[in-house]
Design a protein around this ligand. Structure first.
Ligand code: 8LQ
Length: 466
């Protein structure tokens, strides 16, 4: 079987000169379109192989698995694999505090680390990502393969408009585009005046493809409009996004499509899981995200038991690397929420799909008076409202013994039409969410815009607890 799976071996290594037949929509036709049962049958022994490697090369995994008597050699069924304990971010932080800087799950010599990235560390000690040279090449190969699936081709210009620093998103996109023999413009984001300069460069260079966070694309469209430039003139064909929900939130997706006239592609798992594009839509299946199960093994699990939920159900993604030798993640718990299905994909790939993308984090979900509200639902509703000014905040506070949710949104309506807007939008939002909401409006362009990932929820209940 593995002979049929193109270049299927561990540790992975790909022919760096390979490019598919230009007429093929697939990079690896067999791997991408094979019977999913057959693919799963090839993945299971690979999981065992990765676990054996991690057990032999890291005290982190050895100790963790020994403690529950889990032996890599016993992973001969899915039942057994689902009982492998999940890895949490807190465990990784602890491992890095005990074994600085990369933790005892590094699995390669520290001198073989080729790229160092990290979490932003805005809350607490940042986590360091140490990626080996060979892994970086394999990541580039995987991302090139997925970009090919999105319809990006050698010679296309790819504009990367995300932070070039610790954030892996921009570097991962760039590595893939370079491997695909694209022309890469590592523009970056986040510096003073940079958005307006991005508008200028996009108008001049007319790239084919664009990578950013969805919030930033909308910000860019606003700035272009202020500068009297229609973002459609950039001529972008494919815009791919990661980092936060948005590209699969229907009204956000439509706002980006309408503003730029390009195909919107959602992708992204977690920085630890790089190649993080292993969940990604394709040109032929542009909605939701496909789970490229031969690159990273994705499970959608019950958040309490971490057993896989059936297709059609909601759960939390749990990820396992199939090709990484540096800091391999084996059942990393994401704390995100999604729903997965297995159906025929128009692009012909036989991967499972997240039809609504990843719609939120378990810890970002607002619990209010017994109801759960996803911040993305508020975004989805407001973006469809006539007169919405483009940004909002969600404030949750406790008044007496009651929790209260205040949504403050920008509007383009003048003073005279505000109260009608507030009433209409407030009651519409309330029935859409099914919880009582106090709705307020403010002038357009007064709330802060995200240059990276948006943070719209202000939970004052947490602040009072501290
Ligand atoms: N997150 C990331 N991508 C997402 C998406 N497409 N839809 C919904 N939520 C998404 C480097 C890549 O951009 C991945 C990344 O952002 O890694 P981080 O910085 O470690 O953040 C991971 C978290 O971003 C995920 O757990 C999701 O909550 C969100």
């Amino acid at each position: 079987m593995s002979a049929q799976m193109e270049e299927w071996h561990f540790p992975a290594g790909y022919d760096q000169s390979y490019l598919p037949d230009p007429s093929s929509p697939y990079w690896f036709p067999h791997r991408e379109t094979m019977d999913p049962e057959e693919r799963n049958a090839a993945v299971l022994p690979r999981l065992r192989e990765v676990m054996e490697y991690a057990y032999a090369n890291s005290s982190f995994y050895k100790d963790k698995w020994d403690a529950v008597d889990c032996k890599p050699a016993d992973i001969t069924s899915w039942e057994a694999f689902e009982q492998v304990p999940v890895v949490t971010k807190a465990e990784m932080r602890q491992a890095q505090a005990d074994h600085p800087p990369f933790g005892d799950y590094l699995c390669i010599e520290p001198t073989d680390v080729h790229h160092i990235h990290g979490t932003s560390g805005t809350t607490g000690q940042p986590t360091a990502f140490g990626i080996g040279r060979r892994d970086w090449e394999v990541i580039a190969d995987n991302h090139a393969r997925i970009l090919w699936g999105m319809g990006v081709r050698p010679g296309d210009t790819v504009f990367v408009a995300a932070l070039f620093s610790l954030y892996l998103g921009s570097w991962g996109a760039m590595a893939g585009a370079e491997r695909l023999r694209c022309r890469v413009l590592p523009f970056g984001a986040g510096a003073q005046g940079m958005t307006s300069r991005a508008v200028n460069w996009l108008a001049r260079l007319k790239p084919t493809a664009f990578y950013a966070t969805p919030s930033y694309a909308l910000r860019l469209a606003e700035v272009a409009e202020q500068e009297k430039i229609d973002p459609r003139e950039f001529g972008l064909k494919v815009m791919f996004f990661s980092g936060e929900p948005g590209a699969s939130v229907p009204t956000v997706r439509k706002a980006i499509e309408d503003a730029f006239g390009a195909t919107v592609i959602d992708c992204g798992t977690m920085a630890e899981m790089t190649p993080f594009m292993s969940a990604s839509a394709t040109a032929g299946t542009p909605d939701g995200m496909l789970l490229w199960q031969d690159i990273v093994w994705h499970e959608v699990c019950d958040p309490d038991t971490f057993r896989t939920v059936p297709f059609g159900s909601e759960g939390t993604p749990v990820y396992t690397h199939l090709e990484r030798t540096s800091q391999p993640m084996i059942r990393l718990a994401s704390n995100d929420l999604t729903r997965w299905v297995l159906e025929d994909n128009p692009c012909g790939r036989t991967y499972p799909k997240l039809p609504d993308g990843v719609y939120g984090r378990i810890d970002d979900m607002i619990h209010i008076r017994g109801e759960n509200v996803y911040p993305t639902e508020v975004d989805n509703y407001l973006r469809g409202v006539e007169g919405y000014g483009g940004e909002h905040q969600i404030i949750v506070r406790r008044t007496g013994s009651m929790d209260e949710m205040i949504v403050r949104a920008e509007t383009t309506h003048p003073e005279g039409r505000r109260s009608e807007f507030e009433q209409r939008t407030g009651s519409g939002l309330q029935s859409f969410l099914g919880v009582r909401v106090t709705f307020e409006s403010v002038d357009a362009n007064t709330l802060e815009r995200a240059e990276h990932k948006s943070r719209r929820v202000v939970d004052e209940r947490e602040h009072t607890k501290r």
